[in-house]
Every structure is written in structure tokens, then in C-alpha cells.
Write a protein that binds this ligand. Structure first.
Ligand code: D54
Ligand code: ZN
Length: 272
């Protein structure tokens, strides 16, 4: 499993473009027939991508976890960003159409993924207890309409795993989709020093990119992100982006609290 050790903000000014990408961009999560995982030491989140081919693909148990099985001390939120597929968890099979979210609680031993064309994105965090496994179909979460056409940031944000929705130990998760003609997400930008957040950008044209802003609010950099690539945003970093075409993204957080509104907005005039 790819290990990404935690980064201190004082390291940012010395990084090259490639150095920045090596720390915060996850480029190759989706490989046909494989389950790929990346362990970030920021809040000990594991990101994963599963692209089943002909055969079902099992959730691996990477040696770095030193666990009997992946979910022994962890929970996971799964979003299907591809075509319909199925996830089997301890003998129960769930059908996930595009953008369905499956939360699986800790203690679940056997998890496997099937369906050619399905693309399962995984966000996992340590869990102190077991919450029930819940499937949420697209539209069943709590949808917030944000932004404005005038500022090119009209978007629908669906909260699925959150304080008033599907229960979890740490994971807070949902999907945001930009409306046609809107390109900016999460502007004004924000930080939340109590949680790490990751974005998986998807439904981006093959030749389009998102310019994702990261870094401390007064020392920002950018990552150029392609379809089905993920970014890791440490607690001290802003996370906002502008696309060269329309797109959607899975956002997911873990850390000290699950309070979605616990964020410190950064006015555009203060960003450097
Ligand atoms: O802390 C919350 C996260 O950054 C996202 O939910 C923001 C987002 O999806 C958006 O503004 O479109
Ligand atoms: Zn955020």
C-alpha cells in the first residue's frame, strides 16, 4: 500500500510541482481488475479505488494495517462513480447505481466488489465502534443548493454520511456536482483544522482538468487534477478548484469532529 506520511505546512514553499503532487495527489487509484489503496497519515485515512473486471475483487488487507481484516478497526464509505455494480459485505449484496453511497461499519470481515464498468471509490478511517451498514441511493441524502450562476459556482451538494444522516464514527461524506456552466467549487474557500478532507474528482472529460487550490490560505499552490484522481487536503489546507469543463467530486472528511459547519471561510481577498 502506498504510504503518504503527514506534511507540515512549513514544507510547502520548498516543494517542486512534482514534490507537491507526490504528497497530495493520488493519480492511479483505478486500475482494471485491481483494488488500490493509499494510506495517508493525515488522520490515518485510507483511500481506495476498485475497478472490477470479469471477476469479483476483494477488499484487500494490506500488511501495513496489521489487522486480521481491513475493517477490523476501520469503517469505510464507498461511492460508485462508474456504472451499476454490486458490493457484498459479509454475505449481504448491495446494488450501487452511479453515485450511490454504501457505508460499511467496522467488524465486517468479507467485502467484495463486482460489475464491469463500476468504479468504487473508498474512504476509510479508524473506528472505535461498529455502526450499521447502510446503502444510500442517489438523491436520498440531504441536498444543499450552493453558489450562483453569476459567480460560476452553482452546485448541488448531497450530504450522505453525516451527523444527521448515515451514522459513522468519523467519516463525513457526500457528493457535489457542478451545474452546467459553473466551474468553481468551494469558493470562498475554507479550512477546518479539526479534519482532513479528500476530494475525488470524477465525470471530468478526458482532456479536461481541475486546477485545485491547496496550501495554507496565505501560501497557496495548485494541483492539476484529471478525471478519477484524488487529492488529500490536510487540516491546515484550503481545498477549492476550478475546472476547464463541468465535473463532480466526492468529498469526505475524518478527524476531531463531524460538524460540517465547523469551517473557517477564507475571503478571496485574503488568499495569497
Ligand atoms: O468541508 C466541506 C467540503 O469542503 C465540501 O463539502 C465542500 C463542497 O463540496 C462544496 O463547497 O461544493
Ligand atoms: Zn472542507
Amino acid at each position: 500500500m502506498d504510504q503518504r506520511y503527514a506534511t507540515n505546512p512549513t514544507e510547502i514553499p520548498g516543494l517542486t510541482t512534482q514534490g507537491l503532487r507526490d504528497k497530495f495527489l493520488v493519480e492511479d487509484l483505478f486500475v482494471p481488475g485491481e483494488a488500490r489503496t493509499v494510506y495517508t497519515h493525515h488522520d490515518r485515512i485510507v483511500l481506495g479505488g476498485v475497478l472490477p473486471a470479469g471477476e469479483p475483487v476483494a477488499l484487500p488487507n494490506p500488511d501495513e494495517l496489521r489487522a486480521e481484516y481491513f475493517l477490523q478497526r476501520r469503517e469505510v464509505g464507498i461511492v460508485n462513480v462508474g456504472s451499476t455494480g454490486t458490493v457484498t459485505a459479509d454475505g449481504e449484496t448491495y446494488e450501487l447505481p452511479n453515485c450511490a453511497v454504501l457505508y460499511i461499519g467496522s467488524g465486517t470481515r468479507d467485502v467484495s466488489f463486482s460489475g464491469e464498468g463500476a468504479a468504487f471509490y473508498l474512504f476509510s478511517a479508524p473506528a472505535h465502534t461498529s455502526y450499521p451498514t447502510v446503502l444510500t441511493l442517489p438523491g436520498e441524502g440531504n441536498t444543499l443548493e450552493l453558489g450562483d450562476q453569476v459567480t460560476s459556482n452553482r452546485r448541488s451538494l448531497e450530504q450522505v454520511v453525516h451527523a444527521n444522516g448515515v451514522q459513522s464514527c468519523q467519516v463525513v461524506m457526500g457528493v457535489t456536482r457542478l451545474h452546467d456552466g459553473s466551474m468553481w467549487n468551494t469558493m470562498p474557500a475554507h479550512t477546518h483544522d479539526r479534519r482532513t478532507e479528500c476530494y475525488l474528482y470524477f465525470d471530468l472529460d478526458a482532456d479536461a482538468r481541475v486546477l485545485h487550490l491547496c496550501g495554507e490560505p496565505t501560501e497557496t499552490r495548485h494541483l492539476v487534477v484529471a478525471d478519477r484522481q484524488a487529492i488529500i487536503s490536510p487540516s491546515w489546507s484550503v481545498h477549492s478548484g476550478v475546472g476547464t469543463s463541468s465535473y463532480a467530486f466526492v468529498w469526505a472528511m475524518a478527524g476531531e469532529n463531524q460538524d460540517f459547519t465547523d469551517m473557517d471561510a477564507v475571503p478571496p481577498t485574503e488568499i495569497r
